[in-house]
Design a protein around this ligand. Structure first.
Ligand code: GLY
Length: 571
């Protein structure tokens, strides 16, 4: 019935004709009136931690390219920002290869072990058991980040993996001063970390949270990274590390096998490409829901001239487009290797036209008129970094261990903090996960399946300016990146795009989540009269953006001003 209604929207759109344009094969737009630079000649990196940004520049200085720098940044974040990402987690990378003018997507998302059993995530009364899905070894998927780093270095880098991993290994061995965000995360998760001896030993030396200014060393993770540097995939997914991971997980109640690890592969997938007002947006395909949702929202919005609207009407249309895209997210999306998804329909401009017709000019559509409801506040972990190198290679990587400090479970002897990504499956159909996202059978856990993500690393190629953009933020990743893209299309520089105030609607709960101060009083009044309700929330992501203006051939890098620890730098 639901599918029939969606096809009806497609048919309505087709009959009405289309003003939006989905153009997967569109060439990069060019502006012939102005002489445009073909390569920047210098590089820009923006990440959530200054040590990671500097690690990227260190590898560039050794002759590496953006892809080598990406390996250096991601692996250093595994040491210095473990609350957000690491080699015990996974990532998604959207990349542009300058020499071949090719767009590539690398899926290094975690996957369920073969012995996954949905009953492990249920209480006896059938309600979701948030402890097993968010803490300890049962909550962890088989990590994807090590395989993803090896893949990127091997296929796109110029330097040996050992050179790109060197800054992370050195930082882990020599030590660094954890920033206040990491110390706060340890404080927040202290009780959980104490449940696992290796976690307590790593994060609570002497039984307490380290003090500000203490030097922190991570020799076990340094050793694990050295094995990865020396042996590539087999340095992590077989041999010593794999055995330690399996032993640690199983002795604490998990069900991993050596085969689960040995069978893990990073995968290249065709990125989602959407044309919005002459800007080519290259973004994440399933198993992320982010790119599909962003494309759907942009396709709906492309039928309106937002620049001619007052703020309240512009926001109204953006919320209604978000609402409709998130409804489809909940119903259809999952791991493309397991689920057949109607992507042609979801990405079609005709479908967007049909959805656009269902938006009332001055009135909110209650989500309950579109489907059933539930939900809770989205959380805020994960990390994103953006890189453009001197040759115009570009990398957008969003990387995660899911919730703060992932599962809080460190595998004894490896230094590897495992993710808690199993919660991103729809463990109980139509019951929200920790981000308030609903899911259906398409995202049910199955052996070897990758759980749906919201990660939306994106590259936006405009007529004369290009942006590499992304953010953490659970389900709000999608709308943060969307709003960042719109701010860039409106002419924003890297700082303005990263600082842009944010709002979010995810279909259910049927409320607009807002960053304090995002709307002035008149806009809030107008939206309230249209039927919207609002909920303040904090925090709002950690966007890292690099922009290349090809007219002036200037790079511009910015890290989200909401956070003190990031660094956007050009050199
Ligand atoms: N774990 C958050 C996400 O992948 O969306």
């Amino acid at each position: 019935m639901k599918l029939a209604l969606r096809w009806q929207a497609l048919l309505i759109g087709f009959l009405l004709g289309t003003s939006g344009a989905f153009a997967a094969d569109n060439p990069i737009p060019s502006n012939h009136a102005v002489q445009l630079a073909q390569r920047p000649g210098h590089a820009g990196i923006a990440s959530a931690n200054a040590l990671a940004t500097e690690a990227g520049f260190e590898v560039l200085a050794k002759g590496g390219n953006a892809f080598d720098a990406a390996v250096a940044v991601a692996s250093t974040l595994s040491i210095v920002e473990p609350e957000s990402s690491g080699i015990g987690g996974g990532f998604m990378a959207t990349m542009h290869i300058a020499a071949s003018n090719r767009d590539v997507f690398v899926d290094a998302r975690e996957m369920a072990p073969a012995a996954v059993d949905a009953k492990d995530y249920l209480n006896p009364d059938g309600t979701p058991n948030r402890d097993t899905s968010l803490k300890g070894p049962l909550s962890a998927g088989i990590p994807g980040e090590p395989a993803g780093l090896v893949w990127i270095a091997k296929h796109y880098g110029k330097l040996p993996l050992s050179a790109s991993l060197a800054p992370a290994i050195r930082t882990a061995r020599d030590g660094f001063k954890p920033d206040s965000r990491l110390l706060g995360s340890i404080q927040e998760e202290q009780k959980n970390l104490m449940r696992w001896p290796a976690s307590a030993a790593k994060y609570l030396p002497d039984g307490k949270v380290p003090a500000a200014g203490d030097i922190w060393r991570d020799p076990d993770q340094a050793h694990t990274l050295e094995l990865l540097a020396q042996y590539g995939d087999s340095g992590f997914y077989s041999g010593e590390t794999a055995q330690k991971l399996v032993d640690a997980v199983n002795s604490a109640g998990g069900h991993w096998t050596l085969k689960d690890l040995a069978s893990y592969r990073a995968k290249e997938r065709t990125p989602i490409v959407v044309d919005y007002r002459g800007y080519k947006i290259i973004t994440a395909p399933p198993p992320s829901s982010g790119g599909v949702a962003i494309a759907q929202i942009l396709n709906i919005l492309s039928g309106f001239d937002l620049s001619q609207m007052d703020k309240a009407h512009r926001v109204h249309l953006e919320i209604e487009a978000m609402r409709r895209a998130f409804r489809d997210h909940n119903d259809y999306l999952g791991d493309p290797d397991f689920v057949k998804m109607p992507l042609d329909m979801l990405l079609s401009p005709y479908y967007a036209d049909g959805l656009r017709q269902s938006i009332l000019p001055d009135k909110a559509t209650p989500s309950s008129m579109l489907a059933p409801s539930s939900g809770q506040d989205p959380g805020m972990h994960t990390t994103h970094f953006s890189i453009i190198d001197a040759d115009g290679n570009m990398v957008a990587i969003t990387s995660t261990v899911n919730y703060v400090l992932g599962s809080t479970f460190v595998a004894q002897g490896t230094g590897v903090l495992l993710n808690d990504e199993m919660d991103d499956f729809a463990l109980v159909p139509n019951k929200p996960n920790v981000y308030g996202l609903l899911g259906s059978k398409a995202n049910a856990p199955e052996p070897g399946k990758r759980m749906l993500s919201s990660m939306s690393p994106s590259i936006v190629i405009g007529p004369d300016r290009t942006a590499v953009i992304g953010s953490p933020g659970g389900s709000t990743i999608i709308t943060q990146v969307l709003e960042g893209i719109l701010a860039f299309v409106d002419g924003g520089d890297a700082h303005q795009v990263a600082a842009h105030k944010r709002f979010h609607h995810q279909f259910m709960p049927d409320v607009v989540m807002v960053e304090p101060g995002v709307f002035d009083a008149a806009t809030t009044d107008a939206l309230t009269r249209m039927g919207y309700t609002f909920k303040d929330r904090e925090p709002w992501g950690f966007m890292n953006v690099v922009i290349w203006d090809r007219r002036s051939n200037k790079l511009d890098a910015a890290s989200d001003p909401r956070r003190a620890d990031g660094l956007g730098k050009v050199q």
